[in-house]
Design a protein around this ligand. Sequence first.
Ligand code: ADP
Ligand code: MG
Length: 478
Amino acid sequence: MSKYGDWEPVIGLEIHAQLLTKSKMFSSDSTSFGGGDNENVSPVTLGLPGALPVVNKKAVELSVKVGLALNCKIRHFSVFARKNYFYPDLPKGYQISQYDEPLAEEGFVEIYVDGQIKKIGITRAHMEEDAGKSTHHGDFTLINLNRAGVPLLEIVSEPDIASPAEAAEYARTIRRILRYLEVCDGNLEEGSMRCDCNVSVRKKGTQQFGTKVELKNLNSFRFVEKALEYEIERQIMVIESGEKVIQETRLYDSAKNRTHSMRSKEEAHDYRYFPDPDLLPVQISENWIQEIKSSLPELPIYRARRFQEEFKIPEYDAFVLTQEKDIADYFEEVAEQSGNPKAASNWVMVELLREIKESKKEISNVKIQPKQLAQLIKMIDSKQISGKIAKTVFAEMWERGQDPQFIVKEKGLVQISDPSSIEKMVEEVLSSSPQQVKQYREGKKKVFGYFVGQVMKATKGQANPELVNKILKEKLGD
Ligand code: ADP
Ligand code: MG
């Protein structure tokens, strides 16, 4: 029996992505947050009488990009609508959004769960503007409208998601795509990507949906998963105790790992949506759509599949290496130039990603160029240096960004592959360790490792390990 007994969860996500434009959705105010409070606020942002909004073309272009990447139909005419509600951080008294004629709809995204690809339907993706930000200080509240009017794309999924883990993977996949497309930085902590989760439960095998609850305030993928876990259990308990789930919005409290009611859910008619009379419909030509389509990069899930096939690397490696576009680009170059994709994958996944993580660097600031890492791999493959020495060279490259050949020469790290000099060292080690030789001859084969270690020590790790092994065996009469 599964985790939830004879119940099953039904989940749909609404993701808000802040679009990476320089100016706001309907005004030339800057979207940068570096400045002081309420600096980026023109009459349009403030909703002053007579101020007129003008659509930001870049925001439309970025939205079309996402729509296409999510396999949506793009509307040639889409309409901005006013969503009316009152809140102090919304000076106009309405948010400009899209309602019944959104920019993009009826798409899907493929996510990778339990080793398989699953399709999640995308209901719609529509453009809207953000509200301002209120901060509460004891008995007063401050409002900063810098964020008001910043362009957002809201991506609404179908209720196709079947578990909390799947929801988190869906959200990660959307984030990866947004970052690949360079339309959103996907920073959950800073709120440039926000996930609201809708969840209900129903008896397994039934078709009808239960009453849904919307969860807000989920600023990490882990919290998406944990909040849903909690909420599903809560709903099952409510129903099993004979009560009814109330349709409402609940907030997740990560410190207590529980959800609590924020407000009862509004219905669409509460917002009195109507087309914004200040804005013309957005008209998008088929030509422009095709132009944007041809500029789309290869998306992560498909790139991973190609890496697996083309470079014969394991599925897991391909998945890790395609999480970020710049890492994938880096790896692909190393793989091609070194002619050894498996080694390239190991060096990028293990050494490079570890250093990047520890130093908190962006890959664009890494001193080692893909070409140089490829050279290092070639030097190992041609037995100029051992894998162990290569790690030392790599550390130097990381610090200084020089070519591996230069470092190897400078530090005198070239591998000793001359049999006669290795033979000499082997003889020295054996003659200075009579005790161990005796043990070995009496059958204690483990001592072999000791001899290898001694030879390597004598050569500062530079002796070709295969040769050392071979010559030691000969000398010991094996
Ligand atoms: P609302 O009108 O409350 O905004 P929508 O029908 O627009 O509701 O759906 C909002 C989100 O909730 C979508 O992501 C959708 O997939 C999801 N959803 C809708 N109904 C349910 C349900 N019964 N259980 C879980 N999720 C649902
Ligand atoms: Mg809705």
